[in-house]
Structures are given as C-alpha cells and as structure tokens.
Design a protein around this ligand. Structure first.
Ligand code: IMP
Length: 414
C-alpha cells in the first residue's frame, strides 16, 4: 500500500476510524486531509474507546507519523485539548504529529456564525463552513500566521473590523491565539515536502478522509454537505501530493445507510425500524451526540461514490447490526415523475421526493459478531454481500462485525 486513500462512500460515519486503525498497522504515515473537528473517528482498543476529531487515528499505533494536511481547518483549542487528552491516556504525541503550516485556523467568530446560520443544514456548529468561506475569500488566517505577531495582528484586525464583528474583542482573541501559536509551533511543518520525501523513500502512506462522499461540497447532496472535499481528490489538494503517487482508493460503507443533520435521504426508515437499527447500531453522532437518521443500503449513492472517487475495493462495516432483520432491502434506483433514475441525480428535489426501487433479500437471523472469517458467515449474509458486490461491480475486501479491532476480517474472494 505505498499510497492508499480511505474515503467514506455514504454520508459519513461509515466506520472509517476503525478501518484506518486496522490498516494503520501496515502504514508508516497517516494523514488527515480535509474537514476539521466536525469529524469523530471512533476506535475501540480492548475496553477503551477513543474518539478522534482532528488527529489521525494512526496516533493510537506506536511510532507512526500522523499528519494534519493543509486542507484541514484547525480549531487550536480543540486540537490542544485532544493532544492533552490523548497524552493523559498514555499516547505519545511529540515526535509523532506534524501539522501543515498552511492549514487554516478556526476563530471564535466562525463558530458563532456557524451556530447562527448552520441550523438549516444541521451543521456540527464547529465553525467549519465559515472558516472555509474565509479561506476561499482569501482572508483566512493560517497556522503559520499564529507564530507571526505582525501578520496575525493585521489579518485579525482586518477580519474583525472589516466585517463589523463588534462583539469580539481583538486584544483577547489576539493574545489567546498567539498563545496557541506558541504551543503549536513545534508541530508545524511543510507537509507537502515531508510527504513527497517519504514517497521517494518508499514509505507507506494512508490518507484518512473525514465525512463521506455524499457530504463532499462538489459531489454530495449540495447544499446539505460539509464545506470541504471529502472525496479522494481532496487527499491531493489537501496535502500537496500529486495524483501519480496514489496506488489505491478504498471506500468504506456501512451495511445500511445513516446520515446526521438535514438533507435528502431516499432510503430512510420508518419510525419503528429507525429506532431498532439506531439502538442496535448505537447510531448517535460521535461529535455532537445527535441521533443519526438510518435507512436501507442505497446502491445508487454508493455507485456514485465508487465513480467519483475511483474506488477499487470496499470495506463493509456494521454487518452485525442487521443480524435480527427478517428481510433486508437494497435500493437500486429512484422513481420520480414517471422516470427511473439509476444514477445519482444532481437535482435535490428528485432525491427529496422520489420513491425507491428496492430488491428484497432474506435476512440471516443469526449472530455474526463473533465470526472471524468469511467462510463462517451465515449463508444469507454471504448472499447479501454477493449481491452488493454484483450491484456495485466492486470487490469487497474486508468486513467488520463489531466495534472491536478483532471484529473484522479480510476477504480474499467472495
Ligand atoms: P459541518 O461539517 O459542521 O459544516 O456540517 C455539515 C453537514 O455535514 C451536517 O449535516 C453535519 O451533520 C454533517 N457532518 C459533518 N461532519 C460529519 C461527520 O464526521 N460525520 C457525519 N456527518 C457529518
């Protein structure tokens, strides 16, 4: 795996944290390339649970270099808290973490604007969108600016005065953020240089995508998306590594579908099924604690994700959550206004109002959470995986049947 990108192929929360944790064993460097602390990657090691928001999940493996790329937006307070929290739990940070000098910084006004305006989309309220707005408007403040008193002063004054943010006190924010800069300085690096040198030295790099394809600002259910490039392309622009160095893109999908926040969700369950799957799958946001909306597997959106990311294999997670379902449905198309859609439509109205075309398969009604190899899965579980693989025309390379590290196994052939 010299350079492998891991992406979510649905609306995020596919279980990427756990899969990255497993694959990180074989990698030298793990890189986050977009998003910020809106993400929540959960990893369970033994009896301990870790939820990582900014720092790549690879930090839980000793001696791996973890990188926060230029495409990430960093809330310095959240970052320092995460570092402290991990340190207290015995995780070595210094020497194992670098942060791009060019990554943009989230300020208090970003969070206030997000909380004020983000309600329609149901954002996480972490200031992600407003920070990316400043980046694109070319008035953002970058990590490197936090260690240059003059630049920080100039830019912060321009941002506060130019926009009439009267409720924010310049002196207070300036002093606070200079302080953050002093504490973060030792982690700052030219990430592109470090990664390209590592590639020349045949080091194995894992690019860790946050959120998911359908939340990508270009390829998702716009405007109900996040403000970054959560697809594989983001791994390039978000780190400064060229496309010719990427060997593989792995998509992670849940055996069903979930989404948090507002926006269209064609296969969403009715109330009874929603409650059942939500409680069995513990479907509550790792960052905000919000209940996740749940629904059947949607092959239309996953096919779209496979295409726009160039995914070459998928990992299916949380298969065990379907253990008690008598029947399982897969959506293979949408019907709207007398037309059938087999491909992901850009028109949000179609996604909001369509009815789904389903295939129904028999459930397996057996506990799969202790299965450790493909051959031991129930017949109907294999049938479900086969059908997914056929519909999506993609190889399934791994399956996960629980939150623990050992509850996952590779599949050579279906
Ligand atoms: P934002 O990223 O906070 O701007 O939120 C935009 C949309 O993306 C909202 O619907 C959020 O619920 C969703 N979102 C952001 N991060 C995640 C994530 O890590 N998992 C799932 N949904 C997310």
């Amino acid at each position: 795996m010299p350079c492998t990108i891991i992406v979510g192929a649905q609306w995020g929360d596919e279980g990427k944290g756990k899969i990255i944790d497993i694959l990180a064993k074989e990698a030298d460097i793990i890189v986050r390339y977009q998003g910020g602390n809106n993400a929540g990657h959960t990893v369970v090691i033994g009896d301990e649970q870790f939820v990582l928001h900014l720092i790549p999940s690879g930090i839980l493996h000793k001696g791996k270099l973890c990188v926060i790329g230029n495409g990430v937006v960093v809330d310095p307070e959240a970052l320092l808290n995460e570092i402290e929290d991990l340190r207290r739990r015995g995780i070595q940070i210094d020497g194992n973490l670098i942060i791009s000098e060019a990554s943009h910084v989230i300020f208090p006004y970003h969070k206030v604007i997000d909380k004020r305006r983000g309600a329609i989309i149901g954002t996480t309220g972490k200031g992600i969108g407003p920070c990316y707005v400043d980046k694109m408007a070319r008035c953002g403040i970058r990590m490197i600016d936090l260690i240059n008193r003059n630049t920080l002063k100039k830019k912060l004054l321009a941002n506060l005065r130019g926009r009439g943010y009267k409720e924010f006190d310049f002196d207070e924010i300036y002093r606070k953020y200079l302080g953050y800069g002093r504490r973060i300085k030792k982690y700052l690096a030219n990430v592109s240089l470090v990664l390209n040198e590592a590639i020349r030295n045949n080091r194995r790099i894992l690019f860790e995508g946050a959120q998911g394809t359908l939340l990508d600002v270009d390829h998702g259910t716009y405007p109900y998306v996040t403000s970054s490039s959560a697809t594989a392309g983001g791994a390039l622009t978000g780190t400064g590594v060229g496309p010719t160095y990427i060997d593989k893109v792995i998509g992670v999908v849940k055996a069903y579908t979930t989404r948090v926040g507002e926006g269209p969700f064609p296969t969403e369950f009715d109330k009874i099924l929603m409650e059942k799957i939500r409680s069995k799958g513990k479907e509550f946001g790792a960052t905000t604690g919000r209940p996740r909306r749940c629904g059947w597997f949607d092959a239309v959106i996953v096919k779209h994700a496979i295409m726009v990311n160039g995914i070459s294999e998928i990992v299916v997670t949380k298969l065990d959550v379907l253990d008690e379902m008598k029947k399982i449905k897969i959506c293979t198309g949408y019907k709207y206004n007398g037309r059938i859609y087999r491909y992901f439509p850009a028109d949000i109205e179609i996604l909001e109002r369509c009815s789904c075309i389903y295939e129904e398969l028999p459930g397996w009604m057996e506990d799969t959470s202790s299965v450790t190899r493909y051959a031991d899965l129930p017949k109907n579980t294999k049938r479900y995986l086969h059908r997914l693989s056929d519909l999506l025309k993609i190889k399934i390379s791994m399956v996960s049947v629980g939150s623990k590290r050992k509850q996952a196994f590779k599949i050579e052939r279906l």
